[in-house]
Design a protein around this ligand. Structure first.
Ligand code: SAH
Length: 351
């Protein structure tokens, strides 16, 4: 007999689930009950106590709950940050981070297993792209963290491993899912999509009518410097990226966030700051400076505090609001795929 893999129930929205169950003779109030349960996160369908046994058995035969397996959890001793290493149904591992802010619990999710963008300072780039995450696999990260902490997640940032706009269709489906009233019901204004600057997709996203916050990884004030750090800069000039951002801001009425990781002696001079200010003049935006999280293999180091503050001052003098990202969970093996990378290298058989 052919053995079919179970499907992830979190990949379906409430209408699709309704259709699936209706085809097997179940009334729509049943599918609503099931949808509510799975969106809250169940380890086993047995937990759905108000759902009849035969329906639970039917679902269990064809679907899995979409809850990723917790392989490792690290809790910061310095703040409330929590890092999760999750295993998906095919054995792939991804990282998810809980960040606790005064305005609410934020989950930073991965959008792909690995990444093919190849940024020269980022741990997620090291092994290249393994595969895209499905909408339900993105959602599963949020659902699992919410269940783990027993508190509502109010914000999502798609800033973990992967390039969300390189997984465009699944990203859009995911955004609709988290916004679903009977689901997590997270307002899209509370969702941030971070991109290395895929111009065509930024333009497409502007047309979707979804008021998500767009965060663009800039990291340089000129094309030469940017090309050395980010291979994507060979495809799109900074000017094209900025033009797409302007369009996005016009269409959505939302300010753009520009991410800028400061790397000692590479992109952190007064001149660099001046170029950034010039580029962003007239763009409704704010700049978020990120002290580089140094990764041993790359040989880059973090700019010192004085340099960061000077850079900030110069950009601000041109009327652009600048914040320096607080480094939450500093003690947790850094950011951006480092926990996954160290887990994978541990698992690799020793020579
Ligand atoms: N692919 C998306 C989202 C992933 S990374 C993007 O490029 O935006 C989220 C942010 O962290 C990006 O701005 C990325 O450039 C930055 N980043 C990655 N590795 C980093 C490191 N080691 N130190 C500081 N920032 C880093």
């Amino acid at each position: 007999m052919h053995c079919m893999a179970k499907k992830n129930i979190l990949d379906y929205n409430s209408e699709e689930l309704n259709e699936l169950l209706k085809a097997h003779g179940y009334p729509s109030y049943r599918s609503k009950q099931v949808f509510k349960w799975v969106q809250r996160g169940v380890d086993s369908f047995e937990e759905m106590t108000n759902v009849p046994k035969d329906l639970r058995a039917f679902i269990d035969m064809h679907y899995h709950s979409g809850m990723p397996k917790k392989v490792r959890i690290r809790e910061s001793k310095l703040d409330a940050t929590k890092k999760y290493l999750f295993e998906l149904s095919d054995g792939a591992v991804i990282e998810t981070v809980l960040l606790v802010y005064s305005y609410g619990n934020t989950v930073c999710i991965s959008s792909q297993v690995g990444c093919r963008m190849g940024c020269r300072f980022c741990a997620s780039a090291q092994g290249g792209l393994v595969r895209d995450l499905s909408p339900g696999e993105m959602l599963g990260q949020v659902v699992a963290v919410q269940r783990d902490i027993g508190e509502r997640i109010s914000n999502i940032v798609i800033m973990g491993s992967g390039e969300p706009l390189d997984n465009y269709r699944n990203l859009i489906t995911f955004l609709h899912l988290v916004n679903s009233k009977e689901g997590l019901n997270i307002g899209l204004r509370h969702v941030t999509v971070s991109t290395c600057g895929l111009v065509r997709e930024i333009e497409k996203l502007a047309e979707e009518g979804l008021p998500v916050t767009l965060s663009v990884s800039l990291h340089a004030g000129d094309d030469e410097t940017r090309k050395n750090l980010m291979p994507v800069a060979r495809k799109y000039k900074i000017k094209e990226v900025i033009a797409a951002c302007k369009k996005y801001a016009e269409k959505t009425g939302r300010r753009i966030t520009f991410e800028y990781s400061l790397i000692d002696g590479v992109n952190d001079s007064d001149r660099d700051a001046g170029k950034v200010a010039e580029l962003l003049a007239g763009v409704p935006c704010h700049v978020n400076l990120i002290p580089l999280n140094p990764i041993a293999e790359y040989g880059y180091s973090q700019s010192n505090r004085d340099r960061i503050m000077r850079f900030k001052g110069i950009v601000e003098k041109h009327g652009i609001p600048v914040t320096v990202r607080r480094e939450l969970g500093r003690d947790l093996n850094g950011a951006c795929g480092q926990l996954r990378a160290s887990y994978i290298s541990e698992k690799r058989p020793k020579q």
